[in-house]
Write a protein of this length. Structure first.
Length: 141
């Protein structure tokens, strides 16, 4: 999985790159999440999940697809246990790909509240932020 985001209409969307084979709608895939350094926020996990809908991004729209082949990048909504960096594979032959190193951000966070009321507004809006794209929060909040 390349990235996980939250869409107000579709809910949780996972961007997936197909390295080999074919992924079809309604397939049951094995989700392997093993990080090189154990992390309390992202414990290791192995589970099976059914792929419902497969969508391809065409400009700003998501177009439904029946399948995706090797080399394609597609969006899969509503995966419950899969996280960015996890491997999706055939449940009969589970695999784990080595996760890549995410680059350090080039820019600091652009939202820094200057007062307590502004901080409350930012915290209330934080539910709209991507669920797994982490950043260092300023001032320890």
């Amino acid at each position: 999985m390349i990235r996980t985001t939250t869409d107000p209409f579709a809910g949780r969307l996972s961007m997936v790159r197909i390295f080999s084979g074919t992924m079809k709608a309604e397939d049951v895939l094995h989700v392997s999440g093993h990080r090189p350094k154990p992390d309390d926020a992202h414990p290791d996990h192995d589970s099976d999940e059914r792929i419902g809908l497969i969508q391809a991004a065409v400009g700003t729209e998501l177009k439904p697809r029946n399948s995706a082949i090797a080399g394609e990048i597609v969006m899969v909504p509503k995966l419950t246990t899969a996280e960015t960096g996890d491997t999706l594979s055939d449940k009969e032959q589970p695999l784990v790909l080595k996760p890549w190193d995410m680059p350090e951000p080039l820019l600091p966070p652009s939202v820094v509240p200057l007062s307590q009321p502004a901080r409350k507004v930012v915290v209330s809006l934080s539910s709209c932020w991507p669920t797994e794209d982490f950043f260092e929060s300023p001032r320890g909040w």
